[in-house]
Design a binder for this molecule. Sequence first.
Ligand code: ANZ
Ligand code: ZN
Length: 873
Amino acid sequence: TERYNPRASEPKWQKTWDAEKLFETKNDDPRPKYYVLEMFPYPSGRIHMGHVRNYTMGDVVARWRRACGYNVLHPMGWDAFGLPAENAARDNKVNPRDWTYKNIATMKGQLKTMGLSLDWSREIATCNASYYRHQQKMFLDFWKGGLVERRAAKVNWDPVDMTVLANEQVIDGKGWRSGAPVEQRDLTQWFFKITSASQDLLDSLDTLERWPDKVKLMQANWIGRSEGLLIRWKLDAATAPAGESELEVYTTRPDTIFGASFMAIAADHPLAKKAAESKPELAAFIEDIRHRGTSAAELETAEKRGFDTGIRVVHPFDPDWTLPVYVANFVLMDYGTGAIFGCPGHDQRDLDFANKYGLPVIPVVLPDGAAADGFQITEEAVVDEGAMINSRFLDGMRFREAFDQVADRLEAITAGNRPQAERKVQFRLRDWLISRQRYWGCPIPVIHCEACGAVPVPDSALPVELPTDVSFEKPGNPLDHHPTWKHVACPQCGKQATRDTDTMDTFVDSSWYFARFTDPWNEKAPTTLAYVDGPNGWLPVNQYIGGIEHAILHLLYSRFFARAMKATGHLNEVKEPFEGLFTQGMVVHETYRNRNGWVTPAEVKVEDFDGTRKAFMLSDGTPVEIGSIEKMSKSKKNVVDPDDIIGSYGADTARWFMLSDSPPERDVIWTEAGVEGAHRFVQRVWRLVSEAAPAVAGVAGAAASGGEAAALSKGAHKILKAVGEDIGRLHFNRAVARVYELTNLLSPQVAEVAAGKAVDLPAVRQGLDFLVAMIAPMMPHLAEECWAALGGEGLVAERPWPAFDPVLVVDNDVTYPVQINGKKRGDLTISRDADQAAVEKAVLALDFMIKALDGKPPRKVIVVPQRIVNVVA
Ligand code: ANZ
Ligand code: ZN
C-alpha cells in the first residue's frame, strides 16, 4: 500500500470542511450548547508550539463534544492591542495597524493548516473599532453604575515605556515589559473599582469546581483577605505635633500588643509630613525613600531603614508606657492605615528593624514545646502558635482568645464617642488602574472640559476611533502629540475641550471577548441578551484552556467584568464566566550551544553512541554541547517552528505528538524522536485501514458473538468507553495510549484478512470504525482519509461518537489473590458467578498450589466471595 501523504490529504479535507461550513455555529440550534475556548493569541507575528498545544487540546474537546451531539461554539480571535505594535512602528516605520493585521493574516494562515474546527465567521480583533466601540460603551455604563472612578493616585510610572503600570504589572519593582525600575508619580487616572467585589470574588471561588485548586489559591492570595483590628494609639501630648492627637494602625496580631516596642509609619503618612516640618533631616530621609521602588516584593528583601520622628505614643493598656514613632521604608501607605505597631519578637521585619535601631525585643508568644525559662528571641522572629507570656491579662491564652480579649477591651474604651479600636476586614486587592499613556489601545471615551469637568462621549459619537496619522518620532504618547485629534467641542456646553488621550489597559480588551463571541454581529450592543447567557445563552464557557501565567490577572479581571456587565445589563445572570478551567503545561526543548553561543535545533544533528547522545553542527560537523531542557524561547534559540513540523510531517502528527507524550497539565518535551514516533503511528493506522479496506469496505460493522474475534470486540468496546471518558476529563495522553491498544488488537486480525483467511469481517470492520472515530478528534485529516478508504458515508467530522455495548464492557471475570497460610502466592482469575465450590476446586488445581500441598489435603480453604482465597496447609 501507498504511504499516507499528509501534504496532499490535509489541505483537501480542510477545504471540504470549509466549503460545508461545518464549524460555523448557529445560536438558534435546539441541541444542548457547549462552549469551548482557548485563550486567544496576541498577534506577535507567528504561532509557536505553545499555541499548537493549546489549540490542539481545545480542538479535541470541540470535535468530541460535537460528535456527542452538542451544538459546539469554538471561536477564535486576536488580542490585538498592545505595546509591541508601537515598538515595531517606532523601529521599522510601519503603522501599528498594518503591522497587526499583517501578523493576524500570517497567523490565521498558520492556524488553518492545523485543521482546527474553528468558527471563523465569529472572528474578532480587539483593535477593530467594531469591537472596541462596545468596550467604550461599557466603560461609560460602568462609570454611570459607580464602577469606574477618576482620581489622583500615586502610580507606578515606567520611565522607559513612558506609561503608568498596574500594580500587577510591576514585578520586583520593575516594569513587566521594559524591566526598568518603576518610579512613583502622582497622576489623575481612571480606575475600575474591582475592590467593591473583593469579598464576592473570594467567596465565589468555592463554586468553581472545575478549576485547578492551584489557580483558586493564587486568586485567593491575590485578593488577600485578612481579619484584624484598627487601633487608635494616643500621641504623647508633650511630643505630638500641633493639632495631632492619635495614630491609627491596622494589625492582624492584636494578641501581641504587649510585645510592641515601636510604631512605624509610611513616608507618605500625614503624620510623617507634619513631623518633617520642624526636622530637616527627617524631610531629607522621607524624600530619599520616596524615590526608591516601593513594591511589596522589593521591600521584603530591601534593607530596613527608619528615622525617629521624636513623637511618642502611649500604650493603650498602660498610661506609663510610651513608644517611639519611626518613619520606616517597609511600611506602605496604601495598605491598612499606612502605620503599624512593631512587635520584633513575632515579625521578622520588625525584628530586623529593632536590631538595627537598638529597640527592645519582648517575647509574648511561647511556642508549644519550648521551655519558658530563659526564653529569648534574637535573630529569628517566632511566628508559630503558642501560649501568651509577658502579657499581663493575656498570659496563658491562645491566639484567638487573646485577639478577642484585646479587641473587646479596646472597643469598650471610648474617647469622645469613638472606640479605641474596631474590628476590620482588610483586602490586599487594589482597584484596577486602567489608564495607559499609549497609542495602540482602546481610547477612553471621555472629554475634559474646563467648565463641565470629565464628560462622557455621547452614544451617538461612539466609537472614538484612533487616528491613523500618528508619529512615533517623539517619545511619549502619540495621541497627546497629535495636532488635531484631541481638540473637540464639549458635548455639554459646546466650548473648546480636549479628549482624554489615554487608552485602556489591554487587559480590559481580554476581559469580555468570550462574551462578544456569542454574538459578534450585534452592532448595537456589546452582547445580545438572548444569546450571551441564560436558558438559551452560551456563557459560562464550559471549558476554558490556557496558560497558568494568566492564573491571576486575566482571570480575575474577567470575573470582575462578568459582575460589572451583569450590573449594567450586558449579561443576564452569569457571574462566573468560566465554568471549567484547564491550565496546560509548556512546550520545552533541549538547548544547544557551540563556541559561538546558542544554536537552533534545525542547525544540529544529534546521534546516539552506545547510549550517549552527541550533537554536531549540520554545516561542518563541529561539536555542539547539549544543554538543559528549557521553555522554547528566542533567547535560547531552542524554538521549533510549527510550520516546519506541519510542512514535513503534517498537522496530524504534530497534534498527535502534543497529546501523546505527557499529561496535558505538565510540560511536554519536544523531541525529533517523539515526532517521528508519532508519524510512524500515523502511517501504521493508514496501513491497517488500507490493508483491510478491500475486504471490509462493503461490510457493516458488528460485534463478534463468539469465536476468535470475541476478544477484539470486547476490547474495542471497552477502549471506546474509556477513550470517551478520558477525553471528557482532558486526559488526552491516556486516550492516546488506549488507541495504541486498539491498533494492537486489530493488527493480527487485519493481517489474516490481508492473507485472505476466514475472519469475522463485521467484527474487524467495527474495530476499524471505532478506531477512525477515536482518532477523529485528535487526527481529523487522517480520520477522514481512512473513512473514505473504508467506503464510509459522509464526513467523519459530522458523524456521531459511536455507542459502546454495555454488555461487552462488563468485566465477567474476577481475580482472587490466593494465599497459603496467610501469605500471597499467586492469583486466580475465574468467572464472576463461580460459586464457592467452583472457586475452591479451581484454587486447588493451580500449579503452585499442587506443588505447595505436595499431595496432602489442605486443612482448610477459606473463600471470601469476590475478594480473596486463603488455603491453610
Ligand atoms: C502588629 C504585628 C505583630 C503584625 C506581629 C504582624 C505580626 P496582612 O495579613 O497581610 O493583612 N502591616 C499593616 N499595615 C501595613 C503596611 N501599610 N505596611 C507594612 N506592613 C503593614 O498583614 C497585616 C500585618 O502587616 C499587620 O499586623 C501589620 O503588622 C503589618 F507579631 O501588626 B502586624
Ligand atoms: Zn463643557
